[in-house]
Design a protein around this ligand. Structure first.
Ligand code: HEC
Length: 107
């Protein structure tokens, strides 16, 4: 009896803690909130850390080129046009040159 009660509590704990762990993983990526964030998280974390993405600061044209490069040279699957636009909009807006300049200004 005592043992089954323990198992009950233990598995109950697993069920409750699982979504919390997922939440933590989510914020680990450092991506600022915004439209397209989820797509970037899904597409761009497949091969490398998202830190490699957030460390960058590029203009829209440079992000565009980088996506082409990622497909041509690094083996990324071509994104569906709608998602590609979302990803590109997100990167150009949130991981921009200006953002990196701001970050460097404030130590
Ligand atoms: C199929 C695997 C794959 C996927 C998916 C992928 N990348 Fe990459 N990416 C790579 C590899 C491999 C490198 C390292 C290339 C090197 O340094 O030689 C890289 C490097 C990078 C770099 C660093 C470039 C530099 O100047 O060093 C950035 C930024 C980047 N990826 C962004 C992205 C973004 C944004 C996405 C999502 C749209 C993405 N990656 C998806 C494979 C991938």
């Amino acid at each position: 009896m005592a043992r089954s009660l323990f198992a009950h509590i233990f598995f109950g704990f697993l069920l409750v803690s699982a979504p919390i762990a997922w939440g933590e993983e989510d914020t680990d990526s450092d991506l600022p909130p915004g439209e397209g964030r989820e797509e970037v998280e899904i597409y761009c974390s497949a091969c490398h850390s998202l830190k490699i993405v957030t460390q960058q600061g590029l203009s829209r044209a440079d992000w565009d080129e980088l996506l082409v490069w990622m497909v041509d040279e690094q083996g990324m699957d071509e994104l569906p046009p709608d998602d590609r636009k979302l990803v590109l909009d997100y990167l150009a807006k949130h991981i921009s040159i200006e953002r990196v300049r701001e970050m460097r200004k404030t130590p």
